[in-house]
Ligand binder design. Sequence first.
Ligand SMILES: N[C@@H](CCC(=O)N[C@@H](CS)C(=O)NCC(=O)O)C(=O)O
Length: 308
Amino acid sequence: MTTPAIILHHFDESPFSEKIRIVFGLKDIAWTSVRISRIMPRPDLMPMTGGYRRTPVMQIGADIYCDSQCILRELERRFPQPGLTPDGNAGIAWATAMWTDRSFFQNTVNLVFGSLADKVPQEFIADREKLRGAKFDVAAMKQAMPQMRDQVRAHLQWIELQLGVSRLWLSGGKPGLIDVNAYMNVWYIRQNMADADAVLAEFGNTRAWETRMRAIGHGRRSEMSTSDALGIAKAATPQTAILADPSDLNGRKPGDRVEVVPDDYGKIKVSGEIVALSSQHIAIRRHDPLAGEVVVHFPRAGFLVLPA
Ligand SMILES: N[C@@H](CCC(=O)N[C@@H](CS)C(=O)NCC(=O)O)C(=O)O
């Protein structure tokens, strides 16, 4: 059997990776799972990303896709059927990530870690402090649980309201991107909170939808080691075509040297030369002694592009 070309670097507990795994299920994609460690270092992955350290990362040969937004966009391009925006509300569907991945997720993560407080290993705390550039204070999160319960409840009620009494999926009759984005938070609560039933108790439509989401599954998965994945990058040539963006308001163009960095956390700058860019995507070429020539892809929303 040949190895599926779509490689996901992830760990099973990662909620942002769950978004991608569910889309593998929705589109019935055969994929290769590379399980990375939950904390740094990740010596086989960093040569490919150029330092970007968040999870998940998708690899297709020597093309490396960072951030779940960017990964989902590429999966939609390569596997257009069934589509992620089946009801046509594509703009609002893509924009939901700014709700689900940011304010909703920050509230969820604080609630989850507040509930786990004493059980969180010290090395995980130290790693996430580096990621955040701020204290990862589980004792404070434990204290703030009542407030976080209120916040998470408000977000969950929006899901409940949207489903109403008769809607099976958040955008209508078929599952899509809005479901995937919102579900990540419910999945994370379910996986980690002993009292998840209590958190979800009042939201009957949401619980029924959660069961439907889980049943979508993860597509067709096989496993590979981190070092084999690095070997694939090294042996491959990036496939990204040069693409200019005549509407770029800053006059950026292929060939320009830039640094790309998340605007929220894990702010490690990745530098390279622009290959392709658009309002939603930037791809930069880099060379690494271990990975060879790679093209690293990022979303634009939530990422800053700086002159190198
Ligand atoms: N905006 C990013 C966020 C990803 C994110 O925060 N992932 C968590 C794990 S679920 C993470 O990176 N944690 C630190 C790490 O894995 O190094 C995305 O959509 O992919």
